[in-house]
Design a protein around this ligand. Structure first.
Ligand code: BES
Ligand code: MN
Ligand code: ZN
Length: 484
């Protein structure tokens, strides 16, 4: 979507959007001939300026008919503005309107920027595989003019625009089917980050074998698609920040469960079992895109989990790169097997001070939190607080879970150092305990179980149904708050 910034629209737009705060309707004066008609009609339709509420009508302006959309911004805070921007696009994307002007009238520059950010986030969609879409379902919106000519060149907007581009990359990686996005092609899609100054390095299967990544390779061995370990580095500090922040993502490009095969109903969802890796890639794009003054590495453990004559079996014992051995009780608990080698390699290679991993790790986290929060597990109270704060402010909410020795005990194995599943209850916590066994002394670590957040069955404030891009806005905010 093309966003331009100007004092006046170029020609007459098909639609004009205005932001209205709670109880702001009565005082509203629009720069339109029929301002009074519009505000009277909106009041009659019970439009009150509540966040996300909209009122649409058509008026004549000179010889033209223009669609007017009032969008409620409530108290006008950051998330109100984003929600309002998203609401405009949700109404207009396929409405027939081609050129939309969004007015900054009555708003501060940062409010207009957030309104435009919400709009930009909400325009993302994936139509490339639809060849017979009915004419009236096709998106019509082509151009958006934000009526604030200073905003376009401001750092505020440029940073937000870069974050939205990062979110788009995540949504794209998550939405693509598993015959298109697999470990090698995931890496190929991320090559574009080089243009932004991101350094990229990749481990292939041979190198991972030499490093002894037996846990990750055990998951991968049933697939004809070779695994990859992708490392992306962004240093916006010119070497000043020695120890990087490390972001580590689970990138299971398809999870059949392996020999512990999943039931067929809903298995297609497992194309988004790389949502953690997708969030890491999108965050790297956002950070590099806005030239964040931070040193960050993004690591994606990329494999496909398939049943096959060569697939690993329940009961197999594998040796992870750390030397710790694992009894694979259930081949469907594969995310932790991928992550344990990715986490160990990350700590050995980059010596990070803080490690945050993201994973669609357990169905149990959806039982606990539904689709409203991701689970946060951490060995550090302050890190956890910072992440929860960042999530709340950015619109990617987290909820913290406990980690204790009693849960940890559940993954002891009679034959190896640990097994890859715990007891009947607390499945998300025992999964986190497993990961914690790979975190080295002195490293601050958090694990975010995002299984309930990556994909939405219904539209949200700034996304349509489908891939949400969860994690990018959160991590970008965390970096901005704590490293810049
Ligand atoms: N990728 C799944 C978790 C998942 C389930 C994500 C549903 C999104 C929606 C993970 O690999 C998995 O299969 N976990 C198992 C663990 C169990 C075997 C201990 C699960 O949650 O059932
Ligand atoms: Mn699984
Ligand atoms: Zn999985």
């Amino acid at each position: 979507m093309k966003f331009t910034f100007a004092a006046r629209p170029d020609g007459t737009p098909d639609a004009m959007a205005f932001a209205v705060g709670k109880d702001g309707l009565s005082a509203l004066q629009l720069p339109l001939e029929q301002s009074v008609l519009i505000t009277t009609a909106a009041a009659a339709a019970r439009f009150e300026g509540k966040t996300g509420q909209t009122f649409q009508t058509f008026v004549s302006e000179g010889d033209d008919v223009v669609q007017i959309i009032l969008t409620g911004i409530g108290s006008g805070k950051r998330q109100d503005m984003e929600t309002a921007g998203g609401a405009i696009i949700a109404k207009l994307m396929t409405s027939g309107a081609r050129h939309l002007a969004i007015s900054g009238q009555g708003l501060k520059a940062d409010q207009t920027a957030r309104l435009a950010f919400g709009a930009k986030l909400r325009t993302w969609r994936i139509d490339k595989y639809r060849t017979t879409m009915p004419e009236n379902q096709k998106p019509t919106l082509e151009a958006i003019t934000v009526l604030d000519d200073d905003l376009g060149s401001s750092k505020g907007w440029q940073d937000l625009s870069a974050v939205a581009d990062g979110v788009s990359l995540t949504r794209e990686l998550v939405s693509e089917p598993a015959n298109v996005i697999y470990p090698e092609s995931f890496v190929a899609r991320c090559e574009e980050l080089k243009d932004l100054g991101v350094e990229i390095s990749v481990l292939g299967q041979d190198e991972m074998e030499k490093l002894g990544m037996g846990a990750l390779l055990g998951v991968s061995q049933g697939s004809v698609r070779p695994p990859r370990m992708l490392a992306m580095r962004w240093d916006g500090t010119g070497g000043a920040q020695k120890k990087p922040l490390a972001l580590v993502g689970k990138g299971v490009t398809f999870d059949t469960g392996g020999i512990s095969l999943k039931p067929p109903g809903g298995m297609e969802d497992m194309k988004w079992d790389m949502g953690g890796a997708g969030a890491v890639a999108g965050t790297m794009k956002a950070l590099a895109g806005r030239k964040a003054k931070a040193h960050v590495v993004g690591i994606c453990g990329l494999v496909e989990n398939m049943p096959d004559g060569n697939a690993q079996r329940p009961g197999d014992v594998v040796t992870s790169m750390s030397g710790q051995t694992i009894e694979v009780i259930n081949t469907d608990a594969e995310g932790r097997l991928v992550l344990c080698d990715a986490l160990h390699w990350t700590q050995e290679t980059f010596e990070p001070e803080v490690v945050i991993n993201l994973a669609t790790l357990t169905g149990a986290i959806i039982v606990s939190l539904g689709n409203e929060h991701a689970g946060c597990f951490s060995n550090d109270d302050s890190l956890s607080e910072k992440l929860l704060d960042a999530g709340k402010n950015a619109g990617d909410p987290l909820w913290r879970f406990p980690l204790t020795a009693a849960y940890d005990k559940q993954i002891n194995s009679p034959i190896a150092d640990m097994k890859n599943v715990g007891g009947k209850g607390a499945g998300s916590i025992t999964a986190a305990q497993f990961l914690q066994r790979y975190i080295q002394d002195g490293v601050k670590w958090a694990h975010l179980d995002i299984a309930g957040m990556v994909w939405a069955d219904k539209p949200g404030p700034v996304w349509d149904k489908g891939a949400t891009g969860f994690g990018v806005r959160l991590l970008d905010q965390y970096v901005a708050d704590n490293f810049e």
